[in-house]
Design a binder for this molecule. Structure first.
Ligand code: GLY
Length: 461
């Protein structure tokens, strides 16, 4: 948790932003509740809602809060523990002391949140709330504000605050990336022919649990990297394959890291693997070199798409005018995802608030094209943005066959040659990047080995 002044300031800024946007009424926050996995006392791992953490800091279930936009009054709604709780959980701090820790003047029992909400509704004052990310909160909000809809003004105000990371958050993200570096190093060093992928997942996730809250999203570790989010880890590691490892640590402060590296299972790339790897590596480097305030991430996505097509053209897999191919979305056949996303407390930061509101400026429209249409962060870059830089090339036989069947890209794509890549798999290379006042820097104290030479040297045993 940060110092109480941080939370006090953030809430005051939020109320101010709402007033500046011409809004009045109250803001209702509902924190997460425990989610039973089977019976009510055996729950999924506890995780608080990120916007709650951002404004109210308290990392505990069953809390709510009301912030009055007009008066600035704040109340935390939570229950003190009773003797039954103490028997099972031990003594706990009082609600009053928790409220003091985050600078909230008023407290009341959890169920009493109904009162100010009902009063506001009765007197015609707006009740603003965020889109819930959990079913419990969906139900709770419908009980409190029957028929109510999330407030777009509130969503925009929250995004404008959370999108630009404060110095304390940047330090927390650097730490999460440091942990991510350690986790990925353990994973890389564990790659051995003949072991099961799950063995490596266990070793690397042990680092996340030993040093932080855990993983920031389900680990992707696979010799079938052409499946973008492959969470099945039951394959025996075979020689001659590429292993995609896309994973991150969530720190105890609940900030994420998210890195991807791709390794030759034997420690040495084949010629064919190296050729494709080099293209992805150059796209990653290009994206980073272009990242600075003022340019849109959409334009950087398109610049890397062009670079990728240039490399694939040199391999004879596509042919034609590069700009025309970019415009026609040919790169999407090889990289059907966007160049990156926002990152913060959530690995895809704030996407629960609305992917387009988070990732697109008001003057930008999301494209429909394969690849570009999946770009989750297109905004004009500003200092304090934290984004991922994650180009990839994948040979997805079903997608290539679909393109071919539908007669797409015939002028550009060498479908005959592509068939010899059907068993290639995929490559993705991902770093986490902070936009600074005059450019960008990669988060974390050290960069994971990434050039083909660095990767082979790191895998030498
Ligand atoms: N690195 C996983 C994701 O971006 O979804």
């Amino acid at each position: 948790m940060f110092a109480k002044e941080v939370y006090v300031r953030r809430r005051a800024e939020l109320a101010q932003k709402m007033r500046e946007a011409g809004q009045n009424g109250i803001i209702l926050f509902v924190g997460n509740a425990e989610a039973p996995a089977q019976y009510k006392d055996n729950c999924y791992k506890w995780r608080q809602d990120s916007s709650w953490l951002y404004y109210w800091g308290l990392d505990e279930p069953l809390m709510a809060a009301v912030l009055d936009i007009d008066s600035g009054a704040e109340t935390l709604f939570a229950d003190d523990v009773d003797i039954d709780d103490i028997i099972w959980m031990g003594p706990q701090p009082s609600v009053r002391s928790k409220a003091d820790a985050v600078g909230v003047a008023g407290t009341a029992p959890y169920s009493a949140v109904e009162d100010p909400v009902a009063l506001a509704l009765k007197s015609g004052r707006p009740v603003h709330f965020l889109p819930p990310s959990r079913y419990f909160n969906t139900l709770r909000l419908q009980q409190l504000v029957p028929g109510g809809k999330p407030s777009e003004a509130l969503v925009k105000a929250v995004i404008s605050q959370r999108l630009i990371k404060e110095d304390i958050e940047i330090a927390a993200l650097d730490h999460a990336c440091y942990l991510g570096y350690q986790m990925h190093s353990v994973a890389r060093d564990a790659i051995r022919i003949g072991i099961v992928e799950q063995d490596i997942v266990g070793q690397m996730e042990g680092v996340a649990l030993a040093k932080g809250w855990g993983v920031s999203f389900p680990t992707i570790l696979t010799q079938h990297g052409e499946t973008l989010h492959n969470h099945i880890h039951d394959k025996i590691i075979e020689p001659g394959k590429l292993m995609v490892i896309d994973a991150g640590v969530e720190s105890n402060e609940h900030y994420a890291s998210d890195f991807t590296r791709t390794y030759p299972t034997t420690g040495k790339f084949t010629q064919k693997q190296r050729e494709v790897y080099q293209i992805v590596y150059e796209c990653n480097e290009l994206a980073f070199s272009l990242s600075k305030p003022g340019i849109t991430y959409r334009d950087i996505h398109l610049a890397t798409a062009r670079k990728m097509l240039e490399g694939l053209s040199a391999l004879g897999l596509v042919k034609g005018d590069l700009d025309e191919m970019v415009a026609k979305g040919i790169a999407g056949l090889f990289q059907p995802h966007g160049l990156g996303h926002n990152m913060g407390m959530d690995v895809h930061d704030m996407e629960d608030l609305g992917e387009n509101l988070v990732g697109y400026d008001p003057d930008q429209t999301r494209a429909k094209q394969l690849g570009l249409g999946s770009l989750r962060m297109a905004r004009r870059l500003r200092p304090g943005h934290v984004i991922t830089d994650e180009p990839g090339i994948y040979f997805i036989p079903a997608l290539i066959e679909k393109f071919k069947k539908e007669g797409l890209g015939y002028d550009f794509v060498n479908y005959a040659k592509l068939e010899s890549y059907y068993d290639f798999g995929g490559i993705r290379l991902e770093d986490d990047v902070l936009i600074t006042a005059d450019g960008a820097r990669r988060l974390g104290p050290k960069r994971l080995p990434i050039s083909p030479e660095e990767v082979e040297a790191a895998m030498k045993r």
